[in-house]
Structure formats: structure tokens, C-alpha cells
Design a protein around this ligand. Sequence first.
Ligand code: C2E
Ligand code: MG
Ligand code: MG
Ligand code: MG
Length: 287
Amino acid sequence: QADLAMYKAKESGRNRLHFFDPTLQTQVLHKAQLEHELRHALQTNECVLFYQPQVDAQGRILGAEALIRWLHPQRGLVMPAEFIPIAEASGLILDLGHWVLEAACRQLQVWQTHPVARDWVLAINISAHQFRQNDFVESLIALTQKYAIPAERLKLELTESVLIDDIQFAIERMHYLKAAGFGFALDDFGTGYSSLAYIKQLPLDQIKIDRCFIDGLPLDSNDAAITRIIIRLAQEFNLQVIAEGVETQAQRDFLLEAACVAFQGYWFGRPMPADEFLSHALAQEGV
Ligand code: C2E
Ligand code: MG
Ligand code: MG
Ligand code: MG
């Protein structure tokens, strides 16, 4: 059983560890090995969700984004960048996605019993393949019923890649889920291509300004301009806007000044296990 404590070093490390070997042959073997191990991991609960706070302009917690981690018994904490692409290429992403949804609903059920946590919204990353799966809608609704979670507690994070393949299908599916109460965020906004054409057709609740634009704030004038434009765009379309990857006070101050309404990033809190997230929130309440 992997030690949860070992996550700290890696979660907080700027340079994430990579265990990829440079030669192509070992990379291929490595991928096959990881795929095999990941399949196993989903059955043996080596995967865990971490929760990163999303806060409003006053710093109050609105909820969290659920981010998957793999606590590998030998390799330690494995980050999603290292295994989500493998899961996507192998089709394992469907099982993984379902595992994430179930873990998220189970966590929301627990949070429903805490006064401080009962209104939190949990954002879940949904991969393109998962979103297009035949029984995605049914299984999502079945999970909320199983755990007695209002659909309003779940916010589905989609990227533009989910939408572009078959935009009409995506729009219809989103409208259906929206009518059932689920929320939607457009993740990594600004990094995909030409979303402006259809943004008004999508029943979105939120757009997330990608971290790459937040990085250069406040000094990089391009990043500053793009950030202001995205915030303005959100206002015009009546969408909530959240900045991702806010790491410094100077970035936070710029965003507040630019009328950004929600924030996520290391400055406010790193992704953390559920129990730690709750203590973090309780400590904040106390202040
Ligand atoms: P994302 O959805 O854009 O998630 C935000 C990423 O930014 C997370 O990386 C988070 O830990 C990181 N981050 C948050 N605040 C900061 C900050 O202030 N500075 C910096 N440098 N980074 C910050 P993480 O957890 O490694 O996840 C990477 C990506 O993997 C996610 O990007 C998402 O696309 C994918 N992913 C994570 N969990 C899941 C999941 O359960 N299902 C699916 N399909 N994809 C997931
Ligand atoms: Mg996300
Ligand atoms: Mg993102
Ligand atoms: Mg930049």
C-alpha cells in the first residue's frame, strides 16, 4: 500500500519527477507496463482524488476541483500527465472516468453532512471519449441517485477537444445534462481553437482562464490583455470566470482589479486529500 504522506514532496515540487527512459523501446515497454498496472490500480483503489480549492473574491471556498492521483506502491505518487494520456490511448479512460465520478459522488455525500461543506460544488474533468460514451448520461444520473447528490453539486469540466469532434452532439448532450441540473465549465479556455463561434450555443456556467495566461501576470502585457478580454467575454455572456494557476499575490491582485470573480491556484491551496481539504476549510472559517 502506497504511503499517502509521500505525496507532499511531489505535489509541491516545481519539477515533477519523470520516470521516462529516453529510448523509444523502453518507452513503449514502459507504457504497456503502466497500462497494465493502471488497470489493476483502478480495481485495488491505488487511485485517489485530491481536491483543490476554488474561492471567490473574498477568499471564501466555493468548492473544489477533483484531480486524480495514483499512489503506486513502488513508484510513489504518479501525476495525471503521466497516465491520463495512456488511459486515453488504451480506452481505459472510460473505466477511469467512471471511477472518478463515483469517488466524487461518494465525497459529495460525505460533504453533505458538514455545514461548512454542504454547498460546495465539485468540478470533475471529463475526457472527450467519456463524454461521448453511450451510457454517460445514464451512468452519471444513476451515480447521483445512488449517493443522493443533487446534480447542482457537480460541475463537469470540458475542454474544447470534447466539443470540436461533433459540436452538435456535444451541444445536445450538454443541454440535456444542464436541464437535469448539472453545471459546466470550459477548461483551459484560450488554448483550444476558435471557441468564440460556438460559445454562445453552449449551456456553460463557467469558463476557466488557462494557467498559461495567468503565468505572465501582471507584467506580461499580452497575458494581461488576454486575461482582461476573457473576463470581459465572460461578463458579456453571463458566465462565471475562474482563473487557474494563481500562484502569487501579484497575480491575485491583478485579477481582482480586472474583476475576476473566482480563483484557483497554489496561492489559495494545492490539491490535497479530502480530510486535509476539510481541515483547510475549517481553519479558514475560523479566521
Ligand atoms: P486541469 O484540469 O487543467 O487541472 C489543473 C492542473 O493545474 C492540475 O494539474 C493542478 O494541480 C494544476 N495547478 C493548480 N493550481 C496550480 C498553480 O497554481 N500552479 C501550477 N503550476 N499548477 C497548478 P494536475 O492535477 O497534474 O492535472 C493535470 C491535468 O490532468 C488536468 O488539467 C486534467 O486535464 C487532467 N486530469 C486530472 N484529473 C483528471 C480526471 O480525474 N479525469 C480526467 N479525464 N482528467 C484529469
Ligand atoms: Mg480541469
Ligand atoms: Mg485547466
Ligand atoms: Mg504566458
